[in-house]
Design a protein around this ligand. Structure first.
Ligand SMILES: [Zn+2]
Length: 300
């Protein structure tokens, strides 16, 4: 398996979910072993994708270096990661990634328009070697060793439209597009005024967010999946775990996980060199839905 980037430069314009300001996003190919790099064209500042650069996880995952910020990166990263892209430059002329329709499908379409190309260097992955967990009251996120990449998420909200939902997703690009990519972000009408007083959710509306009031779902079109809420949490988790910088081979399990807990989990994994090994996927075939076998992949 080889590293991948995109075939050509592509761009789109939209608004940010929290700041509500227009932003142009340009994606450009990058050379092998470059990783994912954000660039604020208005500030001339580069921000590398790594857990040490996370500066906020309150309502979205935010990276920062010095004064420069890139916000609400998780849905875009989720789509990039799901397409197996290792090297990419993401150029923004403002602080926040365009929210699109609140899901990842718009980014998937943009990446497909750009085309995904193989590079010469071997692809690498992180294989989980022992369970690592982060807890907060009854909430937790955890990774465990596995020969596949699995995201197993459960949520519980005291709202009749959500209640308890659980979803177990075995990763492949095609399964991601079918099962996860279209799941939108969601919020409660009762929290909108508070969020806006905090400078958040200013760009949020029924075109980019499922909004719940005391009667149910306010969006006239209804849901895209009956369990769209928990599927979106998996979309977020895939994006947040992409901060590790390589595909994860292991099982991710969460109850009521959040951007904050996901960030703490990436830091905890990378701070314990007995928790993981870096795998060389050179001899692995390119087909979708591959079952990696950690034991048979040479470590670097
Ligand atoms: Zn989200």
């Amino acid at each position: 398996m080889k590293q991948k980037t995109i075939g050509k430069k592509v761009e789109l314009v939209g608004i940010g979910l929290h700041k509500g300001v227009p932003v142009k996003m340009t994606l450009e190919p990058l050379a092998e072993n470059s990783g994912i790099i954000f660039y604020r064209s208005d500030l001339g500042a580069s921000i590398e994708l790594k857990p040490q650069n996370v500066v906020d996880t309150t309502m979205a995952t935010v990276l920062g270096v010095g004064e420069a910020r890139v916000s609400t990166i998780e849905h875009l990263l989720s789509a990039i990661h799901a397409h197996g892209i290792d090297n990419l430059k993401i150029i923004l002329d403002n602080e926040e990634v365009p929210i699109m329709d609140g899901s990842a499908i718009g980014y998937c379409m943009l990446l497909e328009e750009a085309g995904i190309i193989k590079q010469n260097a071997s692809k690498r992955a992180i294989g989980i070697k022992k369970p690592i967990e982060v807890k907060e009251n009854d909430k937790f996120v955890r990774v465990e060793p596995s020969d596949k990449t699995i995201f197993d998420f459960a949520i519980k909200f005291p709202h009749q439209a959500i209640k308890e939902q659980a979803y177990k997703f075995t990763f492949s690009t095609s399964a991601y597009i079918q099962e996860i990519a279209r799941a939108r972000t969601f919020g409660f009408l009762s929290e909108v005024n508070y969020l806006r007083s905090q400078g958040l959710a200013k760009g949020g509306d029924l075109s980019n967010c499922i909004v719940l009031d005391e009667n149910g779902i306010m969006n006239k079109e209804g849901l895209r999946y009956k369990d769209e809420f928990v599927r979106h949490k998996i979309l977020d988790a895939i994006g947040d775990m992409a901060l590790i910088g390589m595909p994860l081979i292991g099982t991710y399990i969460a109850f009521a996980g959040s951007h904050k807990l996901n960030h703490l989990l990436t830091e905890k994994i990378l701070s314990d060199d007995k928790a993981y090994e870096i795998l060389n996927l050179e001899d692995y075939a390119e087909e979708e839905g591959i079952e990696y076998s950690v034991a048979t992949i040479p470590t670097i």
